[in-house]
Design a protein around this ligand. Structure first.
Ligand SMILES: Cc1cc2nc3c(=O)[nH]c(=O)nc-3n(C[C@H](O)[C@H](O)[C@H](O)COP(=O)(O)OP(=O)(O)OC[C@H]3O[C@@H](n4cnc5c(N)ncnc54)[C@H](O)[C@@H]3O)c2cc1C
Length: 470
């Protein structure tokens, strides 16, 4: 594939050949070979280090801690939560809503509802069939509370990972920990197993793992959907926002807002028609908006993402004035919403065919159910809606690498398959499996490829992870 090849050549040029074992212990970033970085911060040790406290990382860390592993969860933001918190994606699609995800949703419904009264009908699968959203900071609050209850757990926010420790191990590279940037210095975290749950795959990239970026051609994986010629494009970014009534009797000017896509009110209903009477009767005071959508030239590059965010602001200005005039304040998400970055190539690449056929592989570690949802790509209506499928453990194990698992939306899948598994409940289910597998590997001192899959599945079943799907 074009992008794989281009990345491969770039890495060859940089002396980081894909799949070629590091000659000695080196820091991929932050230290020249042979030099020791000095730091006043002591090295920390744990069984499992999880990078990224989003829908994939939080369940991974909680699951690992519940297995008895000593866990450090690293997050570059000052609050945990990931996209629901920093990109204002507090809306849930897909299922099954089980395990840690269900615990989180039940807590949100019990104590953080913005729909008037707490919801008590979330049943076994964590869904009552209605649409729901909660304030972004509520996700962070709930995650804080959940983590607080876990023994063996250290949450480190404000901790951007900027380097990865890689050692030669037979014919593979072994990741032995990560490095964070702290107050102009580095702090190292040594871990038996590291989980990359960054949503962008930076940790795996720094470790020299092979990855996919942008669209393949349909023929690359014999998929029935997709594009004819690979174009290397990822899905567009959307700047999410929340509008809130600040003047008495103000009505959302839905008919005036230009190019505004989906909007949901706090009474769990899509606002589609400019039916003013109906809106007055319902008297909703706060709305979630899929703000403006733009293409970023390269979602791997934070500076280009910031540039895309500025472009989105330009597109939003006219609407912002309309909101303000109508008596509404607007809360813009701190970060533009990024749907797609790196997908880390694993021992298996999940394809659209697997999803269409509803394959339940022998090494299934999570159930998943959601349609194909590739913004910017036409998917025939009859192919969009697919049944449940299983995620293989092999998709979490990066090629040629030991000591590293992936969790959340960066697992090994084609772009079309990724468009389905990227939703929050599925990311969470993958995360729980990754955390459990990592703890087994660390505590049993077994390689990630040698853990007993039946034992792993048994533990996941006992956690209720395989419920909610027939
Ligand atoms: C605009 C938009 C709309 C969406 N709509 C929906 C929807 O309606 N329903 C739904 O279910 N899903 C939706 N999604 C998808 C979903 O939100 C994401 O795919 C999901 O959050 C991915 O979870 P994750 O844990 O893999 O990554 P993330 O949520 O991105 O979490 C990754 C975390 O890692 C941290 N991190 C990154 N790099 C580092 C580093 N170097 N060091 C330390 N920490 C780091 C980040 O700060 C972040 O907190 C949407 C996404 C977008 C962008």
């Amino acid at each position: 594939m074009r992008n794989d090849r281009r990345d491969f050549l770039a890495k060859m040029a940089a002396g980081m050949a894909l799949g070629i074992v590091a000659p000695s212990s080196v820091w991929a970033v932050g230290e020249k070979r042979g030099e020791k970085a000095k730091s006043k911060y002591p090295k920390l040790k744990c069984d499992v280090a999880v990078v990224g406290a989003g829908p994939g990382g939080v369940p991974a860390a909680i699951a690992a801690a519940r297995q008895g592993a000593k866990v450090i969860l690293l997050e570059e933001d000052n609050m945990p939560g990931g996209a629901p918190v920093d990109m204002y994606v507090p809306f849930i699609c897909g299922s099954p809503r089980v395990g840690v995800f269900r615990e989180m949703i039940q807590e949100l419904n019990a104590h953080h509802t913005i729909g008037g009264k707490p919801c008590s009908t979330f049943g076994k699968t964590g869904s009552d069939g209605k649409n729901h959203w909660w304030m972004p900071s509520s996700f962070a609050e709930v995650v804080y509370n959940m983590i607080d209850k876990e023994p063996n757990f250290t949450l480190m926010c404000g901790a951007p990972v900027v380097g990865v420790s890689v050692k030669a191990d037979g014919n593979r590279n072994r990741v032995t920990g990560v490095r964070i940037m702290r107050n102009g210095e580095y702090q190292d975290i040594e871990a038996a197993v590291t989980i990359d749950a960054t949503g962008n795959g930076l940790v795996a990239d720094l470790a020299g793992c092979e990855y996919m970026y942008g669209s393949e051609a349909k023929s690359d994986y014999n998929e029935p959907v997709g594009i004819e010629v690979a174009d290397g494009k990822v899905q567009p970014c959307t700047w999410m926002l929340i509008s809130e009534r600040i003047k008495r009797n103000a009505v959302l000017p839905i008919d005036k807002l230009k190019g505004s896509s989906a909007v949901e009110d706090n009474l769990n209903r899509w606002v589609t028609a400019p039916d003013k009477e109906d809106m007055i009767r319902r008297d909703a005071g706060i709305y979630l908006h899929w703000g403006k959508t733009v293409y970023c030239k390269d979602t791997r590059d934070p500076l280009l993402l910031a540039q895309a965010q500025m472009e989105a602001l330009d597109k939003l200005r006219e609407n912002l004035a309309i909101w303000h005039e109508a008596g509404y304040a607007v809360h813009l998400a701190p970060k533009i919403g990024v749907r797609e970055v790196r997908r880390i190539k694993g021992e298996y690449v999940l394809t659209a065919n697997d999803l269409i056929q509803g394959v339940m592989p022998d090494d299934k570690i999570a159930n998943a159910h959601y349609s194909f949802d590739v913004w910017g790509m036409k998917i025939p209506e009859e192919m969009k809606h697919i049944g449940p499928y299983g995620i293989p453990y092999r998709c979490l194990v990066p090629l040629n690498t030991e000591g590293l698992l992936t969790a959340g939306r960066i697992v090994s899948a084609t772009r079309v398959a990724h468009s389905s598994l990227r939703v929050q409940p599925i990311c969470s289910n993958i995360g729980m499996a990754a955390g459990t597998a990592a703890a087994m590997s660390a505590l049993q001192k077994t390689g990630l490829r040698s853990i007993d899959i039946k034992d792993l599945q048994g533990r996941l079943i006992r956690m209720g992870l395989f419920e909610g799907i027939k």
